[in-house]
Ligand binder design. Structure first.
Ligand code: BG6
Length: 521
């Protein structure tokens, strides 16, 4: 279990931007949707940018009985489709045959049952071959692009076959996809299981939100600019709103989603990533552990939910029939594979408090839902109101608060709302906005969001991955909510029309204290 020395965190930082070190990447679940839609296009983009080492090899493992040629053709199609799909982060640039050939020439397929020892002994032999033929120095990145029930068993098998062992000199790292557990107990059990085989430094727990440029930019905005940090506290901030609104419904994922729901699917992971980057204390460096410690600390300061808090401060909902961006949408209960009496929530909103010196008394309102009016992920920092006295005898009847809004997707940018005087003799105020759009300043490279994460794992930088304690801290916060929903049959599950902003009860969550949600725009 001894971890290979990657060099200091500073060495890692210096290596960033250079070609990744040699390695074989093993994808478990290589015929799956994730591999085709996201991983292969990400590898293609990395190859195109010259970030993959010449000493690179790729092994796909799954049950599909297919030759390496058939495997290549199958994945080539996914990459071609991505490259021209601008909605998916692709571009109108022509397909770069050279970049694809770079990967195709280094690609292998191994058919086998992921729960069978034989698959792993064959994988071991194939890894020796790739190490020799491609000079990969014995470095191996295992990517578990499989259903979550296979995470533990695959790691056990890797351990039993000696494939996770770094004593031969090369590094061995494993990227583990989401969902990491389905509650606190299962997340702890999974951590305990994989930590029997792997050292924490070998484990890269994925949260693809951290691959989004604008999510990473939260840290830069806060800590590279002198103007924000002095205002970033209970002294100046009234409340924070984090919204992750989706237009997609359950799609073809009923089997997964029915047992999961909006809370488990989005909150302890993606939404808490946004929350912790927004609320954490400044880390001492970008070293993985420095950042992850601060993120976990802030999650640990969230006031635990008692039963009364859950009833009062958590709202759930389920979409009924409606119309989303002009298209008719069936009710969730009528979607394919969904129980017609399903009590699975497709929307959740909650209010929580962080009990530390920076945030005590500042409510954080979080919401996420499917089949909503628009796709929009936004963090809005609303500043405290100023005294009104000065305006009492003018025509002004309210002063709008300042809001700093970080738009994470789809129109990435930052806007600042403030009051300005209407031209004229009277004192009349208008709420105006200063808008910064990423696309106005930066030319973004085509990206699925997985490029950074795969590359970071290759260079040994775990900053954008979850540590065991961070994952568990997230589950710990939502566990009382899951418990109450399971135990109490009287917790309302209101319907909201598809295409709306969510259930009315979510509006009430803010109205109660004289606040309101920002429009989902
Ligand atoms: C996934 C969830 O983790 O994130 C999905 O399982 C959700 O339900 C998706 O739609 C959202 O990610 P993105 O990148 O499309 O905003």
């Amino acid at each position: 279990m001894a971890a290979v020395n990657n060099g200091s965190e500073r060495d890692i930082a210096r290596r960033r931007g250079a070609t990744a070190p040699p390695c074989t990447m093993v994808i478990f679940g290589s015929s799956g949707d994730l591999t085709k839609r996201l991983l292969m296009p990400a590898l293609y983009n990395l190859a195109k940018a010259g970030l993959l080492a010449k000493q690179f090899a790729l092994i796909g493992v799954d049950r599909a009985e297919q030759s390496t040629d058939a495997f290549r053709d199958y994945l080539a199609e996914g990459v071609r489709r991505f490259v021209s799909d601008t909605a998916m982060g692709g571009t109108t640039e022509p397909f770069d045959a050279e970049a694809w050939e770079f990967i195709a020439a280094r690609m292998y397929h191994l058919s086998g049952d992921l729960l069978d020892n034989k698959t792993y002994s064959e994988l071991g032999k194939l890894l020796e071959t790739t190490a020799k033929e491609h000079n990969t120095n014995g470095n191996v990145l295992f990517y578990l692009a499989v259903g979550s029930r296979l995470f533990g068993p695959i790691v056990d098998h890797l351990g039993a076959a000696g494939l996770a062992n770094e004593e031969g000199g090369g590094w061995r790292r494993a990227i583990i996809e989401k969902p990491f557990g389905s509650d606190l107990a299962s997340a702890r059990a999974l951590n305990a299981q994989i930590l029997k085989t792997l050292d924490e430094s070998q484990i890269y727990r994925m949260d693809h939100f951290l691959g989004k440029e604008t999510v990473q930019n939260i840290m830069v905005l806060r800590f590279a600019n002198g103007i924000f940090e002095p205002l970033w506290s209970r002294d100046h901030i009234d409340h924070v709103q984090i919204s992750v609104a989706e237009t997609v419904g359950v799609e073809h994922r009923a089997a997964f989603y029915e047992a999961t729901g909006a809370l488990r699917d989005m909150v302890p992971n993606h939404v808490f990533q946004l929350l912790s980057l927004t609320a954490m204390e400044p880390p001492n460096s970008f070293a993985a552990d420095a950042v992850r410690t601060e993120k976990t600390k802030v999650l640990g300061a969230i006031i635990p939910f008692e039963e009364d808090d859950v009833r009062r401060n958590v709202v759930r909902g389920q979409y009924a029939a409606g119309s989303v961006v002009g298209h008719p949408v069936r009710a969730y209960r009528e979607e394919e594979g969904v129980n017609p009496q399903s009590n699975t929530e497709t929307y959740v909103a909650l209010r929580l408090g962080i009990d530390n010196w920076r945030w005590a008394g500042v409510p954080f309102y979080l919401r996420t839902g499917k089949s909503l009016t628009r796709r929009s992920t936004e963090i809005a920092i609303q500043f405290k109101n100023v005294p009104f006295a000065l305006f009492r005898d003018t025509g002004v009847d309210t002063l709008n608060p300042n809001v700093l809004a970080l738009q994470i997707q789809p129109n990435e940018g930052i806007s600042l709302q403030f009051g300005a005087k209407h031209p004229g003799t009277e004192i009349q105020l208008g709420a105006v906005r200063m808008d910064f759009r990423y696309s106005d300043y930066f030319r973004t490279a085509p990206s699925t969001g997985y490029e950074t994460l795969v590359y970071d794992c290759m260079v040994g930088d775990a900053m954008l991955f979850n540590r065991a304690d961070g994952v568990e801290a997230g589950w710990e916060i939502v566990q009382p909510i899951l418990d109450l929903w399971q135990r109490a049959k009287d917790v309302p599950l209101p319907f909201y029309p598809a295409g709306s902003v969510g259930p009315d009860a979510a509006e009430e969550l803010l109205w109660r204290s004289g606040r309101q949600w920002r429009p989902i725009a």
